[in-house]
Design a protein around this ligand. Structure first.
Ligand code: SF4
Length: 557
């Protein structure tokens, strides 16, 4: 593959041909062998950012895969940006590697040339995006190009993300490379605020009728409902709300909560129009209501998880979080712990200079007050006014003495990542790439040995999606085409990613905080079978260890 290397400090760039197949393969090789980024500080300029895409030319495989060492969990992390891969191809490359640390720099990449422009992070990504599209129009002179940006959230937290709007729908339809702190690494390790990329290289899409037919069949849920509607209607009483406290309630009570606050309030009169992420994709999974994107994870993090059930409030906050360039899922867990501490009087509102406290009482949710407090805290965190809450959650809750209330998956000595919002064992167990969907995330209980194999199989397949920049919403039709050889190759690279984690002293640890343990224990009590049904710390430990042994064995680790 043709790789463009950029040194942000030297303001230099060069090309290299590297004989590897996918972007995760390339990134693991660079981080483990060339830059040895496991050694230094996570924000050292050796923590290179790799942004690339695959050779595949069907719709749904034009994402950009962005890989880096996560400042949150300390291992290799991939995040993806829908539709951005097309423009890397148009510039004539498979991947871009950013090393060195400059200062407040925007990269303007056209064909094989790179310009370095001064730009500072903004707390309003979408308005900057708009200005930059207008500004660079003449530079690209009719050639298609796309922009990605970080916001002040990347400067002021360790969980900043990358945001890239579909050029025709700036601030409405945006792709977000959210997980792992990618934006924070791009800014704090390299001083890069954003990238525009495009060029005259050939870009052809294969619109083969048989592929389109399969896509049509297997993406129905995304097209007809989108993640917001489909997930809530499927999860029902198993939605995790009120900072995980909903899982203490018996199932009939949770179902009542779902009916009253989610079905009759959050989902009430929901109407949407459908869009794509920028790909020529028949799944049109992005849903817009009144020009604001509505999707499950982002809205849930800013909605029911914080005791907010008015859709307009949750959608407003989700949009704000994107505009500041913060990972909504990570922030959701930060705010969840803080909200519970405030509502129980463990922290005084004056500590964060707030006038009110939110309430996480499920008998009387106070959506409006919670919304106002969340808005204030989000601004303060995004603008760097509460640096403590911009830090890793595991470290900040220890300092605040509210560790019991926080949900996170511990890694190494003081690292962590937060799980996606599913009450599933698969997202809590120590898979190789935690915090994403490299695991099963269904609500089902299996014996640890059986479940470990299910999760390992998912890790391998999900690796291939990100490695080849394929949208995982296409998995229904594409993963059955993966051959034995590609599954074996993926396994081999996953093994190296584990080696990296080990070298970085960032291996996953057994669940640590009280609320995380409670969340898992409640799962065992509700869904567990046989000897596991009663839960308890010793059984949880036994399950974790037995599961991990089989999981690692299955991956030949
Ligand atoms: S399913 Fe959605 S995110 Fe995936 S390629 Fe299609 S439009 Fe983009």
């Amino acid at each position: 593959m043709k790789v463009l290397f950029i040194n942000s400090k030297e303001k230099s760039f060069w090309e290299e041909e590297i004989d590897l197949e996918g972007i995760l393969d390339l990134s693991i090789f660079l981080h483990l062998e060339k830059y040895k980024s496991y050694r230094g500080d996570v924000f050292s300029s050796k923590n290179v950012i790799v942004i690339g895409t695959s050779h595949l030319n069907f719709p749904g495989a034009q994402r950009a895969t962005v890989v880096f060492r996560s400042p949150l969990h300390g291992g290799i992390n991939s995040a993806t940006l829908g539709g951005f891969g097309e423009f890397i191809k148009r510039a004539g490359y498979s991947a871009i590697v950013i090393e060195g640390k400059g200062e407040d720099t925007f990269l303007l990449i056209k064909d094989e040339k790179v310009k370095f422009i001064h730009l500072e992070p903004s707390n309003n990504i979408f308005s900057v995006e708009k200005k930059l599209y207008a500004k660079f129009k003449s530079h690209y002179n009719g050639i298609p190009f796309r922009i990605m940006l970080i916001g002040s959230g990347s400067k002021n937290t360790n969980y900043g993300c990358l945001v890239s709007s579909k050029p025709q729908e700036i601030g409405k339809v945006m792709s977000v490379a959210g997980r792992g702190g990618v934006g924070s690494v791009l800014y704090k390790a390299h001083g890069i605020v954003g990238i525009a990329i495009g060029g005259k290289a050939k870009f052809n899409l294969d619109l083969d009728a048989s592929i389109v037919k399969e896509q049509m069949l297997f993406t129905k849920k995304y097209r007809e409902e989108g993640t917001f509607l489909a997930n809530y209607l499927q999860l029902k009483e198993n939605v995790i709300s009120f900072n995980g406290m909903s899982t203490f309630l018996p199932s009939p009570e949770r179902l009542k909560l779902f009916e009253k606050f989610i079905k009759q309030k959050l989902l009430k009169d929901y109407k949407f129009k459908s869009e794509t992420c920028g790909e020529y994709c028949i799944a049109v999974c992005k849903k817009l209501e009144k020009d604001k994107k509505v999707d499950y994870e982002c809205v849930h993090a800013n909605g029911p998880f914080l005791g907010i059930f008015e859709r307009k409030y949750a959608v407003f906050l989700a949009h704000l979080v994107n505009d500041l360039g913060i990972d909504a899922i990570y922030l959701g867990y930060v705010l969840g712990a803080v909200f519970e501490a405030l509502s129980k009087g463990l922290i005084s509102p004056s500590y964060f200079e707030l006038k009110k406290s939110p309430s996480l009482d499920w008998k009387k949710p106070t959506s409006k007050i919670n919304f106002e407090v969340a808005k204030e805290l989000i601004y303060k965190i995004g603008l760097g006014k509460i640096p403590l809450l911009g830090n890793n959650l595991r470290q900040s809750v220890k300092k605040l003495k509210i560790q019991d209330l926080a949900i996170y998956l511990p890694h190494g000595k003081d690292l962590d990542i937060t799980p996606p919002f599913y009450w599933s064992l698969g997202v809590m167990l120590p898979v190789v790439f935690q915090g994403k969907f490299f695991s099963d995330y269904s609500i089902s209980f299996e014996q640890p040995e059986t479940y470990a194999k299910i999760c390992a199989e998912r890790t391998i397949k999900e690796y291939i999606f990100d490695n080849l920049s394929i949208c995982r919403f296409q998995r229904g039709w594409i993963e059955k085409k993966f051959g034995k050889e590609s599954l074996e190759k993926a396994k081999n690279w996953i093994k190296k990613a584990w080696k990296f984690k080990k070298s970085a002293k960032a291996l996953p640890q057994f669940w640590e905080s009280k609320r995380t343990l409670e969340l898992v224990n409640n799962f065992f009590k509700e869904f567990g079978k046989g000897e596991w049904k009663e839960g308890g710390i010793e059984k949880l430990k036994e399950y974790w260890k037995t599961w991990q042994k089989t999981y690692l064995n299955t991956l030949d680790i």
